[in-house]
Design a protein around this ligand. Structure first.
Ligand code: AGP
Length: 607
């Protein structure tokens, strides 16, 4: 959701904040603002729209070396200049930025208004500024501690006071916050992408903690306000990884990175001698793995789709029951936690509120929850009982692509591990490993022939509705294809099991509604082919993604996207790449903002 940055040091704060906000823009891009402290005043600039709009109104020679900034993803209050952050108290001396939702803001606002406060915005966040002002007695850090006892909800807050030069105070509950330690300069940010250009030394702030920084010092206190001394960690990402590197968009770059990112997810984890995998981060003994009777996966969005593929695979090759469920639903249905069950919380960002809270609920009931995450040091991997980092490198485009295939890779390695402890023979293991290791090369060959997909995107960009249909392991890939298309092109798209269309969706078929079928040469191919014919019989345009040279499919379909013939188990990897490209080129055709589609944000830290 919203992006936050704070800077305290010897350099002019304005350009550092603006540059940090540009790197955070993927977290929210409704509006942006900064507040910079100078000579006992805080100069605030905020603007609806992209960071460029803000940059235009911030003077180049803005004085001040301590300031805070924010990119907004609106929750309370429409998108306009007034609702953009920072927010200030009536005197303009206390200025805050906030990520999260203050759930008791109505009650707090009423009370503050009774006491004479005049509000300038419709946001929940503004109450924080007025509340701090009403409690302030000369020490912002202490005031923050008092204010937190009155705030309910989720927050990453960063604040400054005009009377306390060179000081920024931050607090966290449920929304990420990280301290960056530089040479005589300190940073606070909602994620490391904002500060990696300046420092790689970080301390992750936990829920309940308050952090106070000056250019050369930091002071961290826990929930009881005792000083804490935490380990400094190092960011392994390079600055180049968060730049476009010659590609037109981050999404394009991330799609094309997949041969490498999948390889990174596998590296050092395959045991060729015993045709199995090593996943040391699971923190589980062989006996515990052997005693595992069930696997349950929770996630949201694209990560949920990876979980659905994994559930099908794990059950079929490892022969243990496995299901995937939306984290947002699990949390509120009082789930039964069974013995000998391993849960996976899957999240690219590791900060998704729905997944994080569901994980905490499961842990509270005594479950072991493992994380499958990309962002090192994010909340889910920190709080999980073990897990697998997918090492995709930063994923900046809002539409997730390379994280999906790397999440799959992690699950395939886990399935192999468990399967080899049960029914899968050494020979079976070897075949599986071979198939897995062939994925990067297959994807590389597909990425060298994208022209068909680009011209199909041109042909179909004008349609209003689209169906994506697949079966078995590729049914969740159809869901993912539909999600990708709708989120970046805004074309209405639905994913279904190809078998399901006759139970209702076929009513939608007409000459204007194309169906994209995933038809690999697996056990369900002929059944999907029949479903394709049913759609053709009703004059529905059909695009098929099938293996090279599948004539039967080509005869029925209007258009064909070919993928290499491979082991059936890896088709989800090969099927999803054309779908990612199809939505990317369609969005380009329609002139959409590919990396920052409307209404979305990369990391969804509110429920
Ligand atoms: C993917 O393209 C989406 N933007 C979205 O569905 C995303 O996958 C979902 O919000 C979950 O995010 P996570 O993997 O960071 O938890």
């Amino acid at each position: 959701m919203c992006g936050i940055i704070g800077y305290c040091g010897p350099k002019p704060a304005g350009p550092i904040l603006i540059q940090g906000l540009r790197r955070l823009e993927y977290r929210g891009y409704d509006s942006a603002g900064i507040g910079v402290l100078s000579d006992g005043d805080v100069a605030v600039f905020k603007k609806k729209g992209k960071i460029n709009n803000l940059a235009e109104v911030v003077p180049e020679d803005l004085p001040g070396t301590c300031g805070i900034g924010h990119t907004r993803w609106a929750t309370h209050g429409v998108v306009n200049d007034a609702n953009a952050h920072p927010h200030a108290d009536a005197t303009g001396k206390i200025v805050i930025v906030h990520n999260g939702i203050i759930e008791n803001y109505t009650a707090l606002r009423e009370k503050l208004e009774e006491d004479g406060c005049v509000f300038a915005s419709d946001t929940d966040s503004e109450v924080i500024a007025h509340l701090l002002a009403s409690l302030y007695e000369g020490n912002l850090e202490k005031t923050m501690a008092q204010a937190l006892t009155l705030l309910q909800g989720t927050y990453g807050i960063v604040a400054l006071h005009a009377d306390e030069p060179d000081t920024i105070v931050g607090a966290r509950n449920g929304s990420p916050l990280v301290l960056g330690i530089g040479d005589d300069e300190m940073f606070l940010a909602s994620d490391v992408t904002a500060i990696v250009a300046h420092t790689k030394q970080v301390v992750y702030i936990e829920d309940g903690e308050i952090i106070s920084i000056t250019p050369s010092t930091y002071h961290l206190t826990d929930q009881r306000r005792n000083t804490v001394d935490k380990k400094i960690e190092f960011i392994s990402w390079e600055l180049e990884e968060i730049e476009k590197d010659g590609y037109a968009h981050f999404m394009e770059k991330e799609i094309f990175e997949q041969p490498d990112s999948i390889l990174r997810a596998m590296q050092g984890r395959i045991d060729h001698e015993y045709a199995t995998s090593h996943l040391g981060g699971l923190n589980m003994s062989r006996a515990e793995l052997l005693n595992t009777e069930r696997v349950k996966i929770i996630a949201a969005g694209t990560s949920f789709h990876a979980g659905l593929v994994a559930a099908n695979l794990i059950e079929s090759i490892a022969r243990i029951p496995c299901t995937a469920e939306l984290a947002s639903e699990l949390r509120y249905r009082n789930p039964i936690v069974e013995r000998n069950t391993v849960y996976f919380a899957v999240s690219q960002s590791g900060e998704t509120a729905d997944t994080l809270y569901a994980m905490r609920e499961l842990q509270r009931k005594g479950a072991r929850v493992l994380g499958i995450c990309n962002v090192v040091g994010a909340t889910i991997p920190r709080e999980s009982d073990g897990g697998v980092y997918i090492h995709s490198g930063p994923e900046i485009a809002v539409a997730s692509t390379k994280a999906f295939t790397s999440q799959l890779t992690a699950f395939y390695l886990f399935a192999l591990l468990i399967a080899r402890m049960r029914d899968m023979s050494y020979e079976g293991g070897k075949e599986f490993v071979q198939a897995l290791e062939s994925i990067p090369e297959h994807i590389r060959s597909m990425l060298s022939r994208v022209d068909t997909i680009r011209s199909l995107a041109k042909k179909y960009a004008g349609v209003a509705d689209f169906l994506f249909l697949g079966r078995g392991l590729n049914y969740p890939v159809a869901l993912e294809g539909a999600l990708k298309l709708k989120e970046i092109s805004y074309i209405h798209a639905e994913g279904y099991s190809a078998a399901e269309i006759k139970h209702g969706p076929i009513a939608l078929i007409n000459e204007q509604t194309p169906s994209l079928f995933l038809v690999p040469d697996d056990a369900l191919r002929d059944k999907v082919l029949s479903n394709m014919k049913e759609v053709k019989a009703r004059r529905g345009p059909v695009i098929a993604v099938c293996v090279d040279g599948d004539r039967d499919v080509a005869e029925v379909a209007d258009d064909v996207i070919e993928i290499p013939r491979a082991s059936t188990v890896i088709y989800p990897f090969l099927m999803v790449v054309p779908l990612q490209l199809f939505s990317y080129y369609t969005a380009l055709e329609l002139g959409r903002n590919v990396d920052q589609p409307r209404n979305l944000a990369k990391s969804v830290t509110v429920e």
